[in-house]
Design a protein around this ligand. Sequence first.
Ligand code: ATP
Ligand code: MG
Length: 334
Amino acid sequence: MTQKITVIRGDGIGPEIMDATLFVLDQLNTGLEYEDADAGLVALEKHGDLMPAVTLESIARNKVALKSPLTTPVGGGFTSINVSLRRHFDLYANVRPAHTFPNTKSRFDNVDLITVRENTEGAYLAEGQEVSADGETAFSGTRITRKGSERIVRYAFELARSVGRKKVTAVHKANIIKSTSGLFLAVAREVAAQYPDIEFQEMIVDNCCMQLVMRPEQFDVIVTTNLFGDIISDLCAGLVGGLGLAPGANIGKDAAIFEAVHGTAPDIAGQGKANPCALLLAAAQMLDHVGQPENAERLRKAIVATMEAKDSLTGDLGGTGNTMGFAKAIASRL
Ligand code: ATP
Ligand code: MG
């Protein structure tokens, strides 16, 4: 049976980078079929809803979505679309690869790691936040569960196995936050014992940050709780030269959504200036996810080769090319 994926073209530069990405995917002969679904401003105008039920149904049916950035209107009481998607499908794993590309202005030339961030619990619970009536004291709760820790650590090990990674580092602060970070670490150790083929390392979060900016090449897969993961994944994007090259996946038991980390970039929308690489790299993660690791690798190699050759690069990478021209240069190297 052919695998269908839900395609959300999104707002701002979204449609341009999606056209470019689907053009490259078509040259790979993935056999994937696309089902278009609206979300964001486009959907608000057409259906009166930022995230229409038909779009949620499409994702639920296909279980895989490739998504461009969306605009959540400011004010008017809208919840961020990304947050509501994460909640709706219980997308517990946020997976962000960081890889050095040639001819970028990054400080390192040897980064190749994946951050796996727990996306549903920890310090991000909206509940339990309090400021005392006199404004002098604030309180915020953190909840970590065995189930939540188990599934994220297991996801990290399974990912490592499926894409041929050798080491998983669990990042924590169990020496100080003994309850919550302590539980996460204890569960990480238990799960790690079930994966003797993969090296397991534990690292305290402050040391991890120092190690990341001194010797990032020592990391392979990092798994951590929500808040530490938020900070570390952005740190890692910075290590490799920023937003235009940063993909991310949000993965749950029943659905997975692949996207670029950047936003809708209204300042350059509709001008063919947007770099399609972040969404292309998200598509590579998607290919890994749907069991096409060879195609994922071909795609990544073609992107690297195109950057190496400085062929048709967009302005953010110092070139003078346009979005579709860059995509065609990548497609020609598949
Ligand atoms: P949003 O409100 O949707 O987050 P934003 O204006 O914050 O939109 P970002 O996408 O976060 O836009 O981008 C910040 C800056 O990086 C902008 O100047 C934008 O033009 C640039 N940028 C973001 N993505 C890309 C891309 N794919 N190619 C080129 N430049 C980009
Ligand atoms: Mg932004």
